[in-house]
Write a protein that binds this ligand. Structure first.
Ligand SMILES: Nc1ncnc2c1ncn2[C@@H]1O[C@H](COP(=O)(O)OP(=O)(O)OP(=O)(O)O)[C@@H](O)[C@H]1O
Ligand SMILES: [Mg+2]
Length: 231
């Protein structure tokens, strides 16, 4: 296990959201690690979408903490700008030199680093250029954390397979995913873990606890950013 795998990408502690007197979700806690796909289960109206909306920042939680691992992997000052972007692609399996260089050029253009600077080292860049290069380096390998609410809902078999492949690809490059799947077969195929949102505060709900909560409570340290529901 690498150091990155040993440390959660997302930590959620005691997350609660009410809508007036109605409970959206209550006291949800879990840690999520790189490469994990976690399914959110429980019956209709029990808070799955509310939880996802609080995690993604679409809804402010009333209580609890959501902490993302925002560490960035540092730029290498003596490797060319193109190499700084390209080595991240190689770290997730890219091998074709032309493809890697092409993608590096595209990403540098996106952050407004001119094509003729691709072979220069960041030590020769201005502060702003270094900062933009760091952004390209961080984003080139895609998002590390993905939230999805029924991504296969209403899709036919072929399109469902496309979504399942995309999830597998994201997982393979170390992304972590929290998703609601109403399709049991898809959920069983792609999820490593499930949490039952209604199991965290069973006393608050008339339907009682469910038994599928296998959310672990391992803890990590050194988090950069926290969204604090008590703000
Ligand atoms: N914007 C809102 N205003 C008021 N109540 C809301 C709002 N959004 C959700 N709720 C309530 O919060 C509870 C949880 O709803 P949520 O949409 O999270 O459930 P769900 O588990 O995603 O259900 P489903 O499986 O049907 O999609 C429900 O009682 C719902 O009525
Ligand atoms: Mg929902």
């Amino acid at each position: 296990m690498t150091q990155d795998e040993a440390r959660p990408l997302l930590q959620v502690h005691g997350l609660s959201k009410r809508f007036g007197a109605r409970i959206g979700c209550a006291d949800v806690s879990f840690d999520l690690y790189p490469g994990e796909v976690m399914g959110v289960v429980s019956e209709s109206g029990s808070g799955k979408t509310t939880l996802l909306n609080c995690l993604s920042g679409h809804l402010p939680p009333d209580a609890g903490r959501v902490m993302f691992d925002t560490r960035t992997d540092g730029m290498r000052m003596n490797v060319s700008a193109g190499g700084n972007v390209g080595e991240r692609l190689m770290a997730v399996g890219a091998r074709h030199y032309g493809d890697i260089r092409g993608q590096a050029i595209d990403w540098l253009a996106l952050v407004e680093i001119a094509n003729d600077r691709i072979d220069d080292r960041p030590s020769q860049f201005s502060g702003g250029m270094q900062q933009r290069l760091q952004i390209a380096r961080n984003l080139v390998t895609g998002p590390r954390l993905v939230f999805m609410d029924e991504p296969t809902g209403g899709l036919d078999g072929d399109n469902r397979a496309v979504v399942i492949d995309m999830i597998a690809e994201a997982k393979a490059r170390g992304a972590a995913i929290v998703s609601i799947f109403h399709d049991d077969a898809v959920r069983e195929q792609v999820c490593d873990r499930e949490i039952d949102v209604s199991a965290f505060a069973p006393g608050l709900r008339h339907d009682g606890p469910h038994d599928r909560n296998c959310g672990s409570l391992r803890r990590g340290q050194g988090y950069g950013d926290a969204v604090d529901g008590r703000g």
